[in-house]
Design a protein around this ligand. Structure first.
Ligand SMILES: *[C@@H]1O[C@H](CO)[C@@H](O)[C@H](O)[C@H]1NC(C)=O
Ligand SMILES: *[C@@H]1O[C@H](CO)[C@@H](O)[C@H](O)[C@H]1NC(C)=O
Ligand SMILES: *[C@@H]1O[C@H](CO)[C@@H](O)[C@H](O)[C@H]1NC(C)=O
Ligand SMILES: *[C@@H]1O[C@H](CO)[C@@H](O)[C@H](O)[C@H]1NC(C)=O
Ligand SMILES: *[C@@H]1O[C@H](CO)[C@@H](O)[C@H](O)[C@H]1NC(C)=O
Ligand SMILES: *[C@@H]1O[C@H](CO)[C@@H](O)[C@H](O)[C@H]1NC(C)=O
Length: 608
């Protein structure tokens, strides 16, 4: 499969660079002006605005025929039909229920509502009949599904929720598939490939990035559950994660080589505190796929046998489920055994993370059409072989998963259940590496073609040399005073650089990203240029004179000439200052994440 976002990266980087170049040249001429005649520069139009993460509000419904689970609202099509879906960590398209055939006769009477609402695909202008394709999920489990494919708008959140993220031309499927009672929202940025289309269709996640609606292709997700606190809805953040929902860990996993099984973890052991045997993974460590698309946990037969013995479960061949009768249900609720999954990067030892599922996580109900009458079941399934070992949505009730597609790594962390925290999101941003580089002024030589750098550097050096020589002659006598100014500025730059850089580990609530930082980088130098008290023009020129060639390069690769190590972003006057010097309102009063939960749906949540 092709790398999903290779295409978009190059032009973006070019844009950033271009903005930098144009801003440095924009500043330069003003250096030549005597201070008292510095005029505000014309406000530039090209700005780099780093978008904020999106906190997708839950629908506030509990639903599904194998849960109940917390769903999320989307609006589909130019006709903006409201439907509710479950986030799918394995899917890369959006699929919703087909109104015409998703609820055939014989299905439950409130079928359409119970399936999260449905759409009529022929209402879409891009719909053409007989375009049936595979949705591209769960082939390994034998649970693949197909549907009518078309392209249309998808908006995240309920209507009226204010600013809502939207993609205007995304791949949609209208499906019948009874196994997926509620539709799905694919979180994977893999492009969809249609045999009838010449080029692959970019994924929703990728399009959110290319339309500048998220700061990176990444997400944080946990499924929520009904047994903790007073029921806790799921949480989905795009372009970041909610720090208040999990216990930080030291463990990062690299993607597995096969992109369709990227989220593969080593489960070193599965144990229980009550019941015998306590070792529920008797044959040792296995690798399992994290997949919120399916409800159950798929384990090897030996592990299923251990679960059966420990908890008194029996497999029901008719429904293909571990059904739980009321006697056993009561017993399990009373003993409340918990099951601990130990995850590590190695098969044994090393750093590990423990995800503990109380019995509540397994205390689910299965309904029509899998069984005729709603009944309790234990969400455990027998895997036919190792390609089927899966940690389904059951696991996501106690695990917070952060996936970063730009860096090809992910984190699995235990959820925390603190009433004060789950109700207040603390959204942290994951930055695309290109943005990160821009803000931190890291080594810019990687990722940009040598030719481009050479061209830029040559231009910058030449311009600087001219200015340096001219002004050196004029300013020579003021050297001592200049040195003092230089010291002051260095301190200020250091402090500001620290604040201005994105510190995702900080527990401060202060907005840091969605500020118009980019505007400054884009060259709106007026504020800073016009302020003679902080502008230390002589010092800069003095430094350049000491080593002009070095200075030229340092602007590109790290600002060594100033000894701040902060990089070129800081060296541009105003690249860092604005974070403080801008009228505060822009910086501090902007809500950080887009929260599609601002609006409560004007309808009662469905009964669980
Ligand atoms: C998509 O289709 C093209 C051409 O048909 C093929 O070269 C490419 O490998 C396909 N990609 C995926 C992900 O299947
Ligand atoms: C869409 O399909 C349904 C049933 O298949 C039909 O009743 C309806 O008229 C169609 N609508 C349009 C706009 O074609
Ligand atoms: C992470 O690593 C640090 C340093 O090794 C250690 O002090 C800390 O306890 C670790 N945290 C966790 C959650 O393992
Ligand atoms: C309930 O299920 C358990 C094991 O699943 C079984 O041993 C028991 O006989 C069942 N009880 C009834 C009343 O069916
Ligand atoms: C695993 O089992 C499934 C279902 O029986 C089968 O379709 C698949 O080919 C098997 N895969 C391997 C690698 O044996
Ligand atoms: C991915 O790797 C980077 C760099 O090692 C690390 O800082 C980050 O926390 C990792 N992300 C996840 C989601 O694990």
């Amino acid at each position: 499969m092709p790398q999903p976002y290779a295409d978009s990266r190059a032009p973006r980087l070019t844009t950033l660079l271009f903005a930098f170049v144009s801003s440095s040249t924009a500043f330069s001429p003003s250096w030549l002006l005597p201070r008292n005649r510095i005029a505000p520069l014309e406000k530039r139009t090209e700005q780099i605005v780093i978008p904020a993460p999106i906190n997708v509000g839950p629908s506030q419904y509990w639903e599904g025929n194998d849960g109940p689970w917390s769903s999320f609202p989307i609006q589909v099509g130019s006709f903006h039909t409201d439907v509710r879906v479950f986030p799918s960590t394995a899917g890369y398209v959006t699929w919703v229920i087909d109104q015409d055939s998703g609820c055939p006769s014989g299905y439950v009477s409130n079928c359409i509502e119970s399936r999260g609402h449905a759409i009529q695909p022929n209402q879409s202008l891009t719909y053409i009949g007989n375009s049936r394709f595979d949705i591209g999920i769960e082939q390994n489990l034998g649970l693949d599904a197909d549907g009518d494919a078309f392209f249309d708008d998808v908006i995240l959140g309920w209507p009226g929720a204010g600013v809502t993220p939207r993609v205007n031309h995304t791949t949609l499927f209208a499906t019948v598939a009874p196994y997926y009672w509620i539709g799905g929202f694919g979180l994977r940025p893999t492009p969809a490939n249609f045999t009838t289309q010449t080029s692959p269709q970019p994924s929703f996640m990728e399009q959110l990035r290319t339309t500048n609606q998220t700061p990176s292709v990444s997400y944080g997700y946990t499924a929520g559950n009904q047994y903790r606190l007073n029921k806790v809805f799921g949480s989905l953040v795009l372009g970041g994660y909610d720090q208040n929902r999990f216990q930080p860990t030291n463990l990062t996993h690299a993607f597995y080589g096969d992109i369709s099984r990227d989220l593969l973890v080593n489960v070193q052991s599965i144990t229980t505190d009550k019941g015998s045997p306590s070792n529920l993974l008797p044959d040792g460590s296995i690798t399992m796929f994290l997949d919120s698309t399916v409800p159950m946990i798929y384990l090897p037969e030996s592990a299923c046998k251990a679960f059966e013995q420990a908890f008194g479960l029996t497999f029901d061949d008719n429904s293909n489920r571990y059904l739980v009768n009321s006697t056993l249900h009561t017993t399990l609720q009373q003993t409340n055994p918990s099951v601990t999954f130990t995850i590590g990067n190695q098969t044994t030892g090393g750093d590990t993370v423990e995800i503990v599922l109380p019995y509540g996580a397994f205390d689910l109900e299965i309904g029509f059409p899998q069984v005729a009458n709603q009944t309790n079941y234990f969400p455990l399934a027998r895997a036919a072989n190792d390609t089927q070992y899966t940690l389904g949505r059951t696991f996501f009730q106690e695990a917070y998963v952060i996936v970063d597609y730009d860096r090809s790594n992910f984190t699995v962390a235990p959820c925390i259940w603190d009433n004060n925290k789950v109700n207040v999101a603390d959204i942290k941003t994951i930055l695309d590496p290109a943005y990160e580089k821009l803000l931190s002024g890291g080594n810019s030589s990687s990722g940009i073609s040598a030719g481009a750098i050479a061209g830029i550097v040559v231009g910058v050096v030449a311009l600087i040399l001219i200015i340096v020589v001219a002004l050196f002659l004029v300013r020579r006598k003021k050297q001592i005073k200049q040195k003092r100014v230089a010291e002051l500025e260095a301190k200020e730059a250091g402090g500001i650089g620290k604040e201005g850089s994105i510190d995702t580990s900080s527990d401060s609530n202060r907005p840091k990203i969605s500020q118009p930082i980019g505007g400054e980088l884009g060259g709106d130098g007026a504020i800073h240029e016009a302020d003679p008290t902080t502008r230390s023009l002589p010092q800069e020129l003095g430094s350049q004179l000491q080593d002009p060639s070095k200075h030229g390069f340092s602007e590109m690769d790290g600002g060594e000439a100033y000894g701040t190590g902060k990089g070129w972003a800081q060296e541009m006057e105003g690249a860092d200052h604005p974070i403080y010097e801008m009228p505060g309102s822009d910086v501090h009063e902007l809500p950080v994440p887009i929260n599609t939960n601002d609006y409560k749906p004007p309808r009662p949540p469905a009964q669980q």
